[in-house]
Design a protein around this ligand. Structure first.
Ligand code: PPS
Ligand code: ADP
Length: 629
């Protein structure tokens, strides 16, 4: 189920069952812990299966024959074909079931290590986690990782289901040892409440009916616990917060701000402030599909209208004026990295928080966390499934809350700008004061003044291409000609800058990101100084070239792709580096064992293998001066 359809289904479900208590839970466990069997058993025992599902299950169980003619409950919830083939659960599936006492929404989370991403998705909305452990195996790395993520995302209640008790002879000592081990882990992680229950999902022991085989256990069955456990979300002491999802303007006379109330309550007539802008007004109406309300409170989906016309847009937060959220652009945060490619500090990602998306960079990895021991470990990068404590810097200040206080305004995801993949889930811890203390210095002699006195339009010519493609040769020629024509120029060349400013950087991905970030900033300063800057760096990643582009005004950045095929660069090999790289004596060499991402929308594409350098230089000059003609 995609998130949107899942949300729609949840909303529909909620409308149907508004009057009953509701528990949102997630199930976490390793591939073979019996998660699907347990869920199937719960659905079956609570009689929420439809007859046709049951018939299909009986047929499937006979065909697959894994349980000697008995019903195989795993087949019921392992609905996806791919999942059955691979024997792993591959996405979060939301399932609904209910008893007389309570209704439940279960995020069925994946067990396979590389799918923690889905687990984080499920955990972000859950009140309680069912953590499954195979009694024969005890606590695994997975158990620790999943519990850590639950704690990170603010889950305070864990039901530890010690499963497959039948396979350890229903031995109380086995159960006691696992229970004690988990209690220690939960204490480390700050999980407030753990209830351990010995079960056999396959046999049905202690799932919804008590088992005589487990007569030494006198606690609740799994279902009894789920029906009665009192869960509290994070303390809701915050004032009113509504992240604006949508500005509703059906006609000239109506302007409403729609969204779901994330915290607190508001009445008509109350004063509110819209952040980050700071505009104030009073609530005129609280509109819903079922008529106007006097009060809107946490969880309500409403459309607010204000007494005054204000400039408020999607992503803004409308808040009560008594204690509005802070606004900041630099944060300390926890990050769970969920992508095969490591996190690269300095690379721009999209950060989506509440209803807002902004550009953001991880400026520093403070340390990563060993999910086994909670120890802080030094780290330069974060790999798949690793958790780190980081500093994040945003391009725009946003209203926020610490995740501990409000999930909606403190939980975020990072999105790769090239692939649009969600690469991390994170939680804001606190704002860095630094954000408030650095201000732009006003200067009287500005870029325009400097450009005017030089009689030119400042610009950046950004040459990118493989080593040996001809970047320096062409850039040199271009600079010579511009100089001869009276332009003020400066050339930044990879080989040279790496001897000075970037002397501390090598050729790992993260060092290249930092290399380009610094050079782009320097190039920007030089255009502020009124110059035409020629930048000649391999600059192999699209993301960083895009980051560089974003520093300049529209039209001032000219990306020049010096396109010479690898085979020809290798033939030229003026510095003998390709030979070294092929011999294995030089690691991370672009084109050999480090990637080059060719530009897709360069302003100029030079076919540099079969054209003379002076012809190429002329093409660059024409591109630069095309608007001056
Ligand atoms: N491992 C590895 N990979 C690529 N290049 C290497 C490497 N080691 C040294 N060199 C030399 O460094 C020059 C590239 O530096 P850049 O700063 O342009 O590289 S990057 O933009 O950070 O990727 C590059 O110069 P050019 O040949 O002028 O491009 C090489 O001479
Ligand atoms: N257009 C071209 N045609 C043929 N050879 C070229 C051309 N441009 C550059 N070269 C040669 O290729 C080699 C690498 O050029 P260089 O400018 O140092 O590349 P880069 O700066 O991209 O590493 C040099 O020996 C140079 O003389």
């Amino acid at each position: 189920m995609t998130t949107d359809t899942a949300k729609a289904a949840i909303d529909a479900y909620l409308r149907q069952h508004e009057t009953k208590g509701l528990l949102r839970l997630i199930t976490c466990g390793s591939v073979d812990d019996g998660k699907s069997t347990l869920l199937g058993r719960l659905l079956y025992d609570t009689k929420l299966l439809f007859d046709d599902q049951l018939t299909a299950l009986e047929g499937d169980s006979r065909r697959h024959g894994t349980q000697n003619g008995e019903l195989d409950f795993a087949l019921l919830v392992d609905g996806l074909a791919a999942e059955r083939e691979q024997g792993i659960t591959i996405d979060v599936a939301y399932r609904f079931f209910g008893t007389e006492k309570r209704k439940f929404i279960v995020a069925d989370c994946p067990g396979h290590e590389q799918y923690t991403r889905n687990m984080a998705t499920g955990a972000s909305t859950a009140d309680l986690a069912v953590v499954l452990v195979d009694a024969r195996k005890g606590l695994l790395m997975q158990t620790r990782r999943h519990s850590y993520i639950c704690a990170l995302l603010g889950i305070r209640h864990v039901l530890l289901a010690v499963n497959k008790m039948d396979l350890v002879g229903y031995d109380p000592a086995v159960f006691a040892e696992i229970e004690a081990g988990y209690a220690e882990l939960a204490a480390q992680l700050g999980i407030a409440q753990v209830t351990a229950i010995p079960v056999s999902a396959l046999k049905g022991d202690n799932v919804s009916t008590r088992s005589t085989a487990l007569d030494w256990y006198d606690g609740p069955t799994l279902l009894e616990h789920l029906e009665t456990v009192a869960v509290s979300r994070a303390a809701q002491t915050l004032g009113f917060r509504l992240p604006v999802q949508w500005v509703c303007r059906p006609d000239q006379n109506f302007r409403g701000y729609a969204g779901q109330v994330a915290a607190g309550a508001i009445r008509t007539g109350d004063e509110v402030v819209a952040l980050p802008g700071g505009a104030r007004s009073r609530i005129a109406r609280i509109v819903t599909a079922d008529g106007d309300l006097d009060v809107a409170q946490a969880g309500d989906a409403v459309t607010l209208t204000l007494e005054d016309e204000r400039d408020i847009s999607r992503g803004d937060v409308i808040a009560g004026t008594a204690s509005p959220p802070q606004v900041a652009d630099q944060f300390a945060a926890h990050l769970l990295w969920m992508n095969d490619h490591a996190l690269l500090p300095g690379r721009p990602y999209w950060l989506k928080i509440g209803t807002r998306t902004v550009s953001a960079q991880v400026t520093e990895i403070k340390h990563k966390i060993d999910v086994n021991t909670q120890d802080a470990l030094a780290a330069k990068r974060l790999e798949l499934n690793e958790v780190g404590v980081v500093n994040v810097s945003l391009d725009h200040a946003i209203p926020f809350e610490a995740y501990a206080d409000c999930h909606e305004l403190g939980g975020f995801i990072l999105i790769d700008r090239q692939s649009n993949a969600t690469v991390a889930a994170g939680t804001l811890d606190f704002a860095l004061r630094r954000a408030d203390n650095i201000h732009w210095q006003h200067v009287d002699v500005d870029r325009e003044a400097r450009a005017r006195i030089k009689g030119q339009h400042p610009a950046c010519l950004w040459f990118t291409g493989l080593s040996g493609s001809g970047k320096s040769t062409v850039a040199n020629l271009v600079e010579k000609r511009l100089h001869a024509m009276g332009y003020h120029t400066y050339m930044l060349d990879g080989d040279n800058v790496r001897h000075g400013l970037n002397r501390d950087l090598g050729f790992t991905d993260e060092d290249r990101v930092e290399n380009i970030r610094r050079v782009a900033e320097v190039a920007r300063l030089m255009t502020d100084a009124g110059l035409i800057v020629l930048v000649s760096f391999i600059s192999p990643f699209r993301s960083e070239r895009q980051m560089a582009r974003a520093l300049f005004a529209e039209g001032d950045f000219h990306e020049v792709f010096v396109d010479t095929p690898l085979a020809i660069c290798e033939q030229r090999d003026p510095k003998g580096l390709y030979a070294k790289a092929r011999a294995g004596a030089l690691k991370n060499f672009t084109g050999i064992d480090s990637p080059y991402e060719a530009p897709e929308h360069a302003e100029l594409h030079l076919h540099a293998a079969d054209t003379a350098p002076d012809v190429l230089a002329q093409q660059v000059i024409e591109e630069l001066l095309k608007d001056e003609a």
